[in-house]
Write a protein that binds this ligand. Sequence first.
Ligand SMILES: [Zn+2]
Length: 284
Amino acid sequence: MKVEFYGVRGSTPTPGRNTVLFGGNTSCVYIWLDSGHDVILDAGTGIIALGERLVRKTSDINILLTHNHWDHIQGFPYFKPVFQAKRNITIVPGAIEYADKDAILTQMSGSKHPVKYEHLPADIRLETNIEVMKTFKIPGFTVQTQKLNHPDGGSAYCLTAEGKKIAYVTDNELNPPNKATTTWQQWLDFIADADMLIHDAQYIDADLPLKLGWGHSTFLEVAKLANEANVKNLYIISHDPARTDKELLREEAKLQAKYGDIFNVYCAREGTVVDLAKPMKAIK
Ligand SMILES: [Zn+2]
């Protein structure tokens, strides 16, 4: 099982000289198996480069969305496979608290986009049953869901395949000021013993209490959770748009100093490929 980070930034794309190392595209992670099966997590601007890769194939495409905040869907209109005739694309929207489960499509409507979603040549199917889908299968993977602690709701995903377990949890506030939708203990159960946890840590401690309730976690909270859950590899994503490469390296070094002997911990870099058969090092 291999994992590639196509977009690791939260909130808004951040091109510029201070984000070259970690990357500026918004959320998108691609997972593929030796069997050829694959899955896309989120459709932020990172999915645009992934589209250049997938447009050369004809295989069915499965996209799991955590939620519909713009940084998780804004790359979709520029994802080349949507312009391929009859290309099968299935989208699972997160368990959001609003009725517009189809926002990834309707962002291509009205005055917002020149190409309207009804005119896309691909065969696009939206799974509307997400509320009752606690566990489901997509080709090659068993998927479990857990509700995010995040404004407007959403879903985290745990994927198992080829004897490996990956948890994708973003955007998520581990210690929200009000009642948690999913408690710390429930997160521990959900991600227990994961080979890889990909979790949002948009904040440092100094960002709180101003940003309490905004739906993100701190580096220290996430590392503590990973440690308690016996996670083997932690990759932090949803980097704050204002966080520079230098600052991310500093936060990463602090976590590695504290936890590096127990598990691998990194701030995810766009373009990194992780081979979970060789969990100790990135292959690119
Ligand atoms: Zn969000």
